[in-house]
Design a protein around this ligand. Structure first.
Ligand SMILES: [Cu+2]
Length: 241
């Protein structure tokens, strides 16, 4: 007779308990609740700084600006907003790949969320040579040459939930992107309007985390109710460090 190792049983119990805590229900992504809001930047936004890109004529053909902190009318781009104890989800319904393109010698988008198990595909839309070097903190992960017109670089295992994988190009040192590995698809990344919506959440109490690559992390508590109270709001404000 097979005896389950004790550790396995305990892990199973913990997983079940956290599921109940998150939303009180095992929900599909079709639940009616949502958390929407805006991320603002308080104070004077850093002036857009033009990047010097004369080293490569392809890059020099367009004018682009430093994207460490992108503020438009007081709203902050590139903030990843997620619920910290997400309901369960069906991984089979997720897109197989999250795509980052290299366009005008910039990563687009600069910030993505990748659910653990999804692949990351980096495309080269530029008529020039890039390399894509990935790091996790101080750790080197991989480094691929990416000549023009070459197929996408596809990485099946980006990392584990919580990892922040950073992409760099050594040909064009201003290029920098962030792939936040997520435990669930219950996240959104702000566009230049600073707005986000996380949909498909069942009623419950949530801790919502907003993460910016340079400005850090903010959290908020949000309650999703039933019926008319299913559409919850959250807002975050970052300031210069
Ligand atoms: Cu490059």
């Amino acid at each position: 007779m097979h005896v389950w190792p004790r550790a396995l049983v305990i892990v199973g119990l913990v997983a079940h308990a956290s599921k109940a805590h998150a939303g009180g229900a095992t929900a599909a992504k079709s639940a009616a609740g949502s958390i929407a809001g805006v991320v603002s930047f308080k104070g004077e936004a850093p002036a857009p700084k033009k990047l010097v890109r004369d080293s490569d004529p392809v890059c020099a053909a367009t004018e682009r600006f430093n994207e460490d902190i992108v503020v438009t009318d007081g709203k902050l781009r590139d903030v990843l907003v997620r619920v910290t104890q997400p309901p369960v989800f069906d991984a089979a319904t997720l897109p197989k790949q999250v795509v980052i393109n290299q366009n005008q010698c910039m990563y687009e988008p600069r910030v993505v969320g990748v659910v653990a198990g999804q692949a990351l595909a980096v495309q080269n839309g530029d008529p020039t040579f890039h390399n894509v070097r990935a790091t996790l903190g101080d750790q080197a992960l991989w480094n691929n040459a990416h000549p023009k017109a070459a197929p996408a670089i596809v990485k099946e295992n980006v990392g584990k939930a919580g990892d922040v994988v950073e992409l760099h190009c050594d040909v064009h040192p201003w290029m920098h992107a962030y792939a936040y590995v997520q435990a669930s698809p219950y996240f959104a990344v702000t566009n230049s309007n600073g707005s986000f919506t996380i949909a498909g959440l069942p009623p419950g109490n949530y801790v919502v985390e907003a993460v910016h690559p340079v400005l850090g992390t903010k959290t908020a508590k949000v309650k999703i109710g039933a019926g008319a109270k299913a559409k919850a709001k959250a807002s975050f404000t970052f300031a210069a460090k």
